[in-house]
Design a protein around this ligand. Structure first.
Ligand code: SF4
Length: 471
C-alpha cells in the first residue's frame, strides 16, 4: 500500500518525515513524497496508519550522507526526496558503505545533484551584485539573483559573514534573504521588478571593470563557461563585455606594439667576440648590456674553472654572494655543490662551472636581495655567452643544474624532476645530463627531506662521475 508523506520542502522537513517512515519500516517504493503548499493534483492514495510499536527507535547514518543530503535537498528536481529516502533506506538496511560506492546508480545520481548545487552556490557567490537604496533613512544594499536551485538558505551564512557590516537583501524568484547586521531572515520570493535597477556606484564599477579587462587574456569560451550568459543580465559590467570583446583585437595589437617598442629599448644582441680566447670573451661579457639585468647585478659573473675541462656544470644565475664576489658557485649553494662533488668523487678543480645567465636578478625585501628567476627572454639574451664558453671549453659531459639551465640547454620541454638522472645529446655535447640545482636542497622543508634530496643528488653526480670515466 502506498503511503503519502507530506512535509515542508526543506532538508529539516524531509528529515522529519523520512525518520518517521524509516521507523515505521516503510520501504521506498511505498511512499509518495508530497511537498506541502504545492498545487499538485492529489492522487487517490490510502494513507497507511503509523504502527503502534516502531520497529526501531533510532536512525544512525554516516556523516557524509547528512552533508550531501543537506545540499541535495536544495536541488530543483522533485525526485530528490525519493532518491534521498531510497539511499537512506539502503544505508540503514545493510549497505553501510553505500556512500563510498561511486558507481552505484543512486549514489551517482546523488553526486550529480550535489555537484549541481555546489556549482549554483559558487555562481551565486560570484555573481551577486548589490545596488544601494535608501530604506527608512538607512543605506540598504539589495541584489537580484536567479539561482537554478533552492540555494538561498544554504548560501545565506556565507553572505552574512562576508558582508557582516552592511544591511542587505538578496532577492530571488524563489526565496529572499535579509541581513540587518545581526540576524538573517527569509521571506517568499519576489518578481524581478521589485529589485532596484541601478545606483550611483554602478558607473564607477563599470569604469573599473573596463580598466582591468585584459583583451590579451580573454578567452570567450572559457569566459562564457565561467560566467554563463544567463547571469549577464544582472551584472553591471556585463553590458560592457560585447563592446570590450569587439575592441579586444585592436587593444591587443596596440599592447604588442608597445611591448615590441619597449623590448627594442631594453634588449640588444650580446656583443660576443669571434675569439676563442676565454679571457677575451670574458672581458667582453663584463661590458655586456644586452638585457636589462646588467642594471640589477653588481657585475657580470662569468664562468670559471679549467677551460680545458671535459666536464661543465651550468647553473641558473649568480646569487647574492656570487654577485658580490664576481665568481660563480661561491655562496651556500656553491658550497653544497663542492661537498656533493667531493662525496661523488668529482674534483671541482677539474670542472668548469658557469650559469645560463651572467647577471644577478633580484628583488628587494627589506635589507635583503631575494633571488628572482630570470625570464626566458633574459635567458635567451644571455645564451650567446654560454655558447661562446661551450665553444671554447668543448666539454664531453655537460651537467645542467635545475630547470633554467636545463631549458636553456635542452629546450623548454625539459622537466627536471621527470628527466633528471639521464644523458641526452644537446647542441653543446653528446652527453648532457639534468639534475636539480643545489639551492633546491637548501629549501627542503626539514632535515629528513634535505637528507633524502642530498642522497638523490649524490646518486645523480655518481652517474656523472661514472660517465666521465667512460668517455
Ligand atoms: S644577463 Fe647576460 S645578456 Fe643580460 S646583461 Fe648580463 S651578460 Fe648581458
Amino acid at each position: 500500500m502506498l503511503r503519502q508523506a507530506t512535509f515542508l520542502p526543506t532538508f529539516a522537513g524531509w528529515q522529519k518525515a523520512a525518520r518517521a517512515a524509516l521507523l515505521a519500516e516503510t520501504p521506498p517504493d511505498s511512499i509518495l513524497w508530497q511537498e506541502i503548499g504545492e498545487n499538485q493534483p492529489l492522487l487517490d492514495l490510502a494513507e497507511e496508519p503509523e504502527p503502534a510499536q516502531p520497529a526501531r527507535s533510532t536512525v544512525k547514518v554516516p556523516k557524509k550522507f547528512v552533508e550531501v543530503a543537506t545540499r541535495v535537498a536544495c536541488h530543483a528536481d522533485p525526485q530528490r526526496w525519493a532518491l534521498l529516502y531510497r539511499v537512506l533506506w539502503r544505508i540503514t538496511h545493510g549497505e553501510h558503505q553505500l556512500m563510498e560506492i561511486a558507481v552505484d546508480a543512486d549514489i551517482h545520481a546523488l553526486a550529480q545533484m550535489d555537484k549541481a548545487i555546489r556549482h549554483d552556490v559558487h555562481k551565486m557567490r560570484a555573481f551577486v551584485r548589490f545596488r544601494t537604496i535608501e530604506h527608512e533613512g538607512e543605506t540598504w544594499y539589495v541584489a537580484w539573483f536567479e539561482p537554478a536551485h533552492h540555494i538561498v538558505e544554504l548560501n545565506a551564512p556565507f553572505f552574512a559573514d562576508r558582508f557582516a557590516q552592511m544591511n542587505w537583501s538578496i532577492l530571488t524568484p524563489d526565496r529572499c534573504v535579509h541581513w540587518d547586521g545581526k540576524d538573517l531572515t527569509f521571506t517568499e520570493g519576489v518578481p524581478k521588478s521589485e529589485a532596484p535597477l541601478e545606483d550611483a556606484v554602478e558607473p564607477l564599477w563599470q569604469k573599473y571593470y573596463a580598466h582591468i579587462f585584459n583583451p590579451a587574456r580573454v578567452k570567450v569560451h572559457a569566459m562564457t563557461k565561467e560566467m554563463p550568459k544567463r547571469y549577464w543580465k544582472n551584472l553591471p559590467e556585463a553590458q560592457l563585455i560585447p563592446e570590450l570583446l569587439r575592441k579586444a583585437p585592436t587593444r591587443v595589437n596596440s599592447m604588442m606594439a608597445k611591448s615590441r617598442a619597449s623590448a627594442a629599448v631594453d634588449f640588444h644582441p650580446a656583443p660576443v667576440p669571434e675569439s676563442d680566447d676565454w679571457a677575451v670573451v670574458k672581458k667582453a661579457a663584463c661590458g655586456c648590456t644586452a638585457c636589462p639585468l646588467y642594471k640589477t647585478g653588481t657585475q657580470t659573473v662569468f664562468g670559471e674553472g679549467s677551460w680545458k675541462s671535459e666536464l661543465v656544470f651550468i647553473g641558473e644565475q649568480p646569487g647574492d654572494s656570487e654577485d658580490l664576489a664576481g665568481k660563480p658557485f661561491v655562496g651556500p649553494a656553491g658550497q653544497l655543490l663542492d661537498r656533493a662533488l667531493a662525496d661523488a668523487g668529482i674534483d671541482r678543480q677539474l670542472a668548469y662551472v658557469t650559469n645560463a645567465v651572467k647577471h644577478f636578478k633580484w628583488v628587494p625585501s627589506g635589507k635583503r636581495r631575494l633571488h628572482k628567476t630570470p625570464s626566458p627572454r633574459e635567458v635567451a639574451a644571455c645564451r650567446p655567452w654560454l655558447e661562446a664558453e661551450m665553444r671554447i671549453v668543448k666539454p664531453k659531459v655537460v651537467v645542467c643544474l635545475g630547470s633554467t639551465a636545463a631549458q636553456a640547454v635542452l629546450g623548454p620541454e625539459v622537466r627536471v624532476l621527470r628527466d633528471r638522472g639521464t644523458f641526452r645529446p644537446s647542441a653543446f655535447c653528446e652527453q648532457t645530463f639534468v639534475t636539480v640545482h643545489p639551492s633546491s636542497l637548501l629549501r627542503a622543508p626539514d632535515e629528513a627531506a634535505r637528507e633524502e634530496a642530498y642522497r638523490l643528488f649524490i646518486a645523480d653526480l655518481k652517474k656523472v662521475a661514472h660517465k666521465m670515466s667512460a668517455v
